[in-house]
Design a protein around this ligand. Structure first.
Ligand code: DHB
Ligand code: FE
Length: 283
């Protein structure tokens, strides 16, 4: 049977990817952020998954705003890297895991999560930057296949945090019922606090971020009980991306162990964090 071996929560700021692509990770601006990643990267490299289920949002790159599914899942053999206006990032295309995708779609629809299915999907920074956080030097190919799970966090009304947590629980059950030996990692991407436009552009809320970074491990229900307005007020219009961490947390067992975390302000306009958890399995 498939098993979840770890969960990674990470910001997906585009310029974190650009810093890697343009060899600027040792610049004074970027070095503290990347130094913070190092212990997690070493641990993940020693515990490679076969497949990563990456919970992310498209930023109107592959999916334009005429049609916004609340939840979606990629079912393709492979995913091209999106051109977000500067040409695609110089990273490999993303191999899919279509059999696992098909299993997840079936199980999730049967559980009442009517996801949109993407048979073709160009993946933007929301997915490729977290892959680069996991694996900075992929060479010709990423070290694992990927199932993209999409969440609408950019257009009102975003799904509730509680619904995201419940989706994660269903994804966890679906992964654990997949009848093949497969090591799976689950990524929750986006956050932490940030707001890119409007009167509160530049908002950072370290108190909220620190609370969230702690509670995601041991009190996810508390975070799932917060409203859409709570997230936007406390973390900013883009900080609501944090609801995607709850999908990751929901998929993991109740028994997890924190391997490493790091919190750094600023990365571009964002409070950037990484939190890595080992899944210890059901009690
Ligand atoms: C930034 C952060 C994001 O999460 C994003 O999707 C785009 C830009 C930023 O801080 O620049
Ligand atoms: Fe984003």
């Amino acid at each position: 049977m498939a098993e979840i071996i770890w969960g990674l929560a990470t910001s997906h700021v585009p310029s974190i990817g650009a810093a890697m692509d343009h060899h600027k990770t040792d610049d004074p601006y970027w070095k503290p952020l990347f130094d913070g990643y190092s212990p997690a990267r070493a641990w993940m490299a020693a515990h490679p998954p076969d497949v990563a289920v990456i919970v992310y949002n498209d930023h109107a790159n592959a999916v334009d705003l005429d049609l916004v599914p609340t939840f979606g899942i990629g079912t393709a053999e492979s995913y091209d890297v999106a051109d977000e206006g500067w040409g695609p990032r110089p990273v490999p295309p993303v191999a899919g895991a279509p059999e696992l995708s098909a299993h997840l779609v079936g199980e999730l629809v049967d559980e009442g999560f009517d996801l949109a299915t993407f048979h073709r999907l160009d993946v933007d920074h929301g997915l490729t930057v977290p892959l680069s956080v996991y694996c900075p030097d992929p060479g010709d190919a990423w070290p694992c296949a990927v199932v993209p799970v999409l969440v609408n966090v950019i257009q009102y009304p975003q799904p509730t945090a509680a619904r995201c947590y419940a989706l994660g629980k269903a994804i966890g059950r679906a992964i654990r019922s997949y009848p093949r030996e497969l090591k799976v990692a689950v990524f929750g991407t986006g956050g932490m606090s940030h707001q890119l436009a409007g009167a509160r552009a530049g908002l950072i809320n370290p108190e909220f971020d620190r609370m969230f970074l702690q509670a995601i491990e041991s009190e996810p229900e508390k975070l799932a009980a917060l409203s859409r307005d709570d997230y936007i007020r406390e973390a900013g219009t883009e900080g609501i991306e944090l609801i995607m961490w709850l999908v990751m947390r929901g998929a993991m067992s109740d028994r997890i162990a924190r391997v490493h975390d790091t919190y750094h302000v600023p990365a571009s306009n964002t409070a950037a964090a990484l939190a890595l958890f080992e899944d210890l399995g059901e009690a």
